[in-house]
Design a protein around this ligand. Structure first.
Ligand code: ATP
Ligand code: MG
Length: 575
């Protein structure tokens, strides 16, 4: 492969584009890999298309090695299968729907569980057809609330989605294991430093579920790790261990005047100042904060829900959404319309709306909380005595230093990452929905069980850029770089001809070559662009050509070596 910059559709930018907040987005735009075409939609320029295809190739190779077969579905699909599975509604606002000229409803698929289940139903009839793993690399559509950061969160993006079909739970566990290993190989080849964390199953239902998170400060996911054991989980999936029920009998519920204490800090200060219940050691953790949210159930009426968390923690809206999925929630603020909900002074006792409590609110715990009257709080409000939550919910923030839910000895650390892959054991949700049965060895029908495995192919391009760049530009890992060698013709005097001759030799030796043969562009600009574009090796054909030398530069280490032009192919094919 030979690419000539003199004729290539490429324009690098000197300035940081205003639309880009994160390094990968900024550099992919500046180095001429992508252009924004629509909100959450990007055009791949020649360099970007090469990288995207390289990522897809790595994914395809590892899928094939894992025994998966490639198919390809349309993105434009009829409503029916998604209605049958329930996802037409469950996916909520994130699904793009449309109508054709006959008013028939369609969607642009966010993933394809339904279609794969139907395909397998269509083409199999016997246990002999199983196990089977199918995959595709295909464009997905999601009406993301906040498309951001270029390729990291698009509304149209490229995904590899694979689905396994097995007749037994053990078979599913095996397929899951095979995919997990394939994913580790994929991300190792892509040069993505990542962690595998326990995940929530989300709108797709199912049980065992793990995410592959690429470590990055700009990542939208946070995850916890334990310093003592191997526990690692998406913050959304952290399960709070319930503390043991306290001993002793708390005193009776007592209402106190606590004027001007709508916040936890002001309440704690006043409680200590006035020595409520004779105590001056009140802390935020002794208080129960009650937050009202509006829950939007897909296809249903909005619901007011109160959530109680210890006052030293905020509500984590992502954890809340994950806990409520497929419903979503937003903070309720229209207190004027609900005089029974006294803003700043809400207590769980006698709640008229559904009330879910943090798992730390176990029966017997006594709390300082709102008295449901303006300017009043109550002490010794006891769970199980003065109020009984309608259930527990994982909505409170996880703090660094919290005890590990698995070993309970280590403390949790919190880091950020980009979700690049997700594997999970779906079970029979979709095969049940479509009544997919095949004939078992004993002549009785068996219902296959499914696994679902996604890789964000376009997102991975950005995730790699996020992990592999410096202040001068991108630094691609060789496997997915748009070329192996960037030959720069620094000036005139036969240097362009020599550069093109070398490029031809490198191509003949099996290397992919980008040659900067642009006329009228200064050597300085060419060097800056080479660093911005980030191909692993650069050969500068310049001043020393007269002595038979070129300069071999390593983008990653910054190393520079004078190499005889006649040795250049050997030098580059041996690295
Ligand atoms: P997220 O939590 O980031 O929205 P998700 O849980 O919705 O991701 P899945 O439905 O599991 O993601 O999709 C499989 C993979 O597709 C993800 O692991 C991710 O790499 C990629 N992906 C999901 N949404 C997007 C998007 N909007 N843009 C680019 N890639 C995406
Ligand atoms: Mg999503």
């Amino acid at each position: 492969m030979l690419l000539r910059m003199s004729t290539m559709l490429l324009k690098t930018l000197r300035e940081d584009p205003a639309e880009a907040e994160v390094p990968s987005h900024r550099l992919l735009l500046r180095a001429g890999y992508i252009r924004r075409a629509a909100p959450g939609g990007y055009t791949y320029l020649p360099l970007g298309k090469l990288v995207l295809d390289n990522v897809a190739r790595v994914v395809r190779e590892e899928m094939a090695a894992a025994g998966a077969q490639e198919v390809s579905f349309p993105a434009l699909l009829p409503r029916d299968p998604y209605e049958t599975s329930g996802r037409w509604t469950d996916y909520g606002d994130e699904i793009f729907t449309l109508k054709d000229r006959r008013d028939t409803e369609y969607l642009l698929a966010p993933t394809h569980e339904e279609m794969f289940a139907l395909l397998v139903q269509d083409l199999t009839s016997s246990y002999r057809d199983f196990p089977m793993i199918l995959f595709q690399v295909q464009t997905k559509y999601r009406d993301e609330a906040r498309p951001r950061a270029g390729l990291l969160r698009g509304r149209e993006f490229l995904m590899k989605d694979a689905y396994s079909f097995d007749l037994t739970d053990e078979g599913l566990a095996d397929a899951y294991g095979v995919m997990r290993v394939a994913y580790q190989k994929i991300f190792a080849r892509l040069g993505l430093e990542h962690t595998i964390v326990s995940a929530m199953a989300g709108a797709m239902g199912g049980s065992a579920s793990e995410e592959f998170l690429a470590l990055a400060d700009v990542g939208e996911d946070t995850f916890v790790g334990c310093a003592k054991c191997d526990y690692a989980a998406n913050t959304e999936a952290v399960v709070t261990p319930a503390p043991p029920a306290p001993e002793g009998t708390p005193g009776p519920l007592t209402v106190h005047d606590t004027p001007d204490t709508p916040t936890i800090a002001s309440l704690v200060a006043l409680a200590n100042e006035r020595a409520l219940d004779g105590r001056t050691d009140w802390t935020a953790a002794d208080t129960l904060k009650n937050v009202v949210v509006t829950v939007h159930h897909p296809g249903g009426e909005p619901e007011l829900l109160a959530i109680g968390v210890p006052g030293d923690r905020e509500i984590d809206l992502k954890r809340l959404d994950a806990a409520l999925a497929p419903a979503t929630a937003e903070l309720f603020d229209d207190f004027a319309s609900r005089p029974d909900l006294v803003k700043g002074y809400i207590g769980p006792q006698g709640s008229k709306i559904r009330y879910l409590a943090d798992p730390r609110v176990v029966a017997g715990t006594a709390w300082l909380t709102g008295a449901n009257q303006p300017g009043k709080h109550a002490t010794s409000v006891v769970a199980g005595r003065d109020f009984t939550p309608d259930g527990t919910i994982e909505a409170a923030e996880v703090h660094a230093g919290d005890p590990c839910p698995r070993c309970s000895e280590g403390e949790l650390t919190i880091r950020r990452g980009i979700e690049i892959g997700h594997i999970f054991q779906l079970g029979r949700r979709y095969t049940d929905a479509f009544k997919l049965d095949v004939l078992g060895p004993d002549g009785k029908p068996v219902r296959p069980t499914m696994g679902s495995y996604g890789v964000g192919v376009s997102r991975a391009v950005a995730a790699v850029a996020e992990q592999h760049h410096d202040e001068r530009g991108l630094v691609w890992p060789a496997e997915i770089a748009p070329a192996d060698v960037h030959v720069v013709a620094a000036g005139k005097d036969g240097q362009v001809e020599a550069a093109l001759r070398l490029a031809g030799e490198l191509v003949a030796a099996g290397l992919r070559v980008l040659v900067d043969d642009r006329p009228g562009v200064s050597a300085g600009v060419k060097f800056t662009d080479a660093e911005l574009i980030g191909i692993p090796h650069t050969v500068v054909v310049g001043r020393r050509l007269g002595d038979g030398y070129g300069e071999l530069r390593d983008r990653r280490t910054g190393g520079r070596d004078e190499v005889l032009m006649s040795d250049m192919v050997a030098a580059l094919t041996s690295v």
